[in-house]
Ligand binder design. Structure first.
Ligand SMILES: *Cc1c(COP(=O)(O)O)cnc(C)c1O
Length: 430
């Protein structure tokens, strides 16, 4: 009798399997070859049936040529930076797909000449915030601040409160970013209290602008006070307001969260914000405000290094013009509807023998804004051991472990995904 391992087909024979050949056309030969090699090794180790090597390789193939995997966010954190922040709307995804090839991003099809890059997205942003005289878009909010500091405070001072020297996350500190441009930071006030007089005393020939930073990921409570944008604007220097979250107009669900329209009306010269937090769009930095300042930013040489890609422009325009993106829907979801979904899912799982129950839960906006705001939610509660098994699944599901239970919070799961969530739990059930 021959050792079955000697019957392992050669790589070129396996790659000729029509299914694997098709996959190679889709995602490229190297990835398919790697899966085939791994399956052959499995067969040599006696772990893979020699007759089923091609099946095995096929099952192990990644869905796309990118290693990034779609994940179900059941954390209850609406804007989860580690999970890519805002999921794009279907309209935005369609727009990205359409713009992915050659596109008229900077070309006028009527005249056959160069056109203003990203005019569609810029037009949509300007329409969404009529209080802005002009708008500009860069790679992210950090880039927006970098551009402001470079173009408006090069060799000058940025005046800001000691209570607003913020670390955004993963060691990224706004004051360090600003100082890296060569602008000098002029800190005023204290951690908990800064008055208009503190700012006024620091202003002078060297002032580039006053910066107001929204503390988007922490709260200072107790004996506190800060200066309003309106009062600072009255001091006669440009006020740049970093609102972080990207609300363009007031949102009744988040009354304490600043928005671009209100601050511009209060006199902010410029507002900066992220595109992929509460706006629910792609990673981008939005700049809105005074025409002369926006022009100065746009024409600064550094602007070119911060310029956004056509995919970003497509997704941003579709987010602004299209139906509400998932983050907005998640923000608005009614707790009763979430409880119904949790009860239905937990019931279906319990029927299949899973120790699942529906529980009330608390979701949050996340590092993207609205610190301290609790969004009433509902979750499917499972034994804690599910957490790692669900992450290893396909699609991976990320929940959160609380008091030794794995909670799958439904506020961050689109209702259309409930079936996939249930199936993922069943597959992860030992
Ligand atoms: C998130 C945030 C930033 C950084 O924005 P990115 O788009 O991630 O660069 C800056 N400032 C504030 C207040 C923020 O909340």
């Amino acid at each position: 009798m021959t050792d079955p391992r000697r019957r392992i087909p050669r790589t070129d024979v396996l790659l000729a399997d029509p299914r694997l050949a098709d996959a190679a056309r889709r995602i490229g030969t190297p990835l398919v070859k790697a899966a085939v090699t791994a399956a052959q090794a499995g067969a040599r180790a006696g772990e893979v049936d020699v007759e089923r090597i091609a099946d095995h390789a096929l099952a192990a193939l990644p869905a796309t040529a990118s290693g990034l995997r779609p994940v179900l966010n059941a954390t209850g954190v609406l804007v989860h930076t580690n999970l890519g922040r805002a999921p794009l709307s279907a309209a935005a995804l369609d727009a990205v797909h359409a713009a992915g090839g050659t596109t008229d991003v900077e070309f006028d099809l009527d005249t056959g000449r160069r056109a203003r890059r990203g005019r569609g997205a810029l037009g949509a942003l300007a329409e969404a915030v009529p209080d802005a005289q002009a708008v500009h878009v860069v790679n992210n909010n950090a880039a927006a601040l970098l551009l402001c500091a470079t173009a408006l405070a090069g060799g000058k001072e940025i005046v800001l409160s000691r209570g607003e020297l913020v670390e955004i996350g993963d060691g990224f500190r706004l004051p360090e970013l600003l100082a890296a441009t060569g602008a000098r930071l002029r800190e005023v006030g204290t951690t908990n209290r800064t008055t208009v007089a503190d700012y006024a005393a620091a202003l002078g020939q060297d002032t580039g602008f006053v910066l107001k930073v929204h503390p988007s990921n922490f709260l200072v409570t107790g004996f506190t006070s800060g200066a309003e944008v309106a009062d600072l604007a009255a001091l006669g220097v440009p006020v740049v307001a970093d609102i972080g979250s990207g609300l363009l107009a007031p949102d009744p669900v988040l009354p304490a969260e600043p928005d671009a329209a209100t601050l511009l009306r209060a006199g902010a010269a410029l507002v900066t914000a992220s595109g992929d937090k509460l706006l629910g769009g792609p990673q981008a930095g939005l700049l809105l405000g005074r025409r002369d300042l926006v022009e100065a930013l746009r024409r600064h040489p550094v602007a070119r290094a911060l310029r956004v890609d056509k995919l970003t422009l497509a997704a941003l325009e579709a987010t602004l013009r299209g139906p509400a993106p998932p983050v907005r829907a998640a923000l608005r979801a009614e707790p009763t509807g979430l409880r119904d979904r949790a009860a239905r899912l937990a019931g279906e799982l319990a029927d299949r023998g899973v120790d699942a129950r529906a529980v009330d839960s608390v979701a949050v906006v996340g590092g993207g804004g609205a610190p301290g705001v609790e969004l009433p939610s509902a979750a499917v509660s499972l034994p804690a051991g599910y957490a790692s098994r669900l992450r290893a699944g396909d699609p991976p599901v990320v929940g959160r472990v609380e008091r030794d239970r794995c909670l799958l919070d439904l506020r961050t799961v689109e209702p259309a995904e409930d079936g996939r969530l249930r199936d993922a739990v069943l597959v992860a059930t030992p």
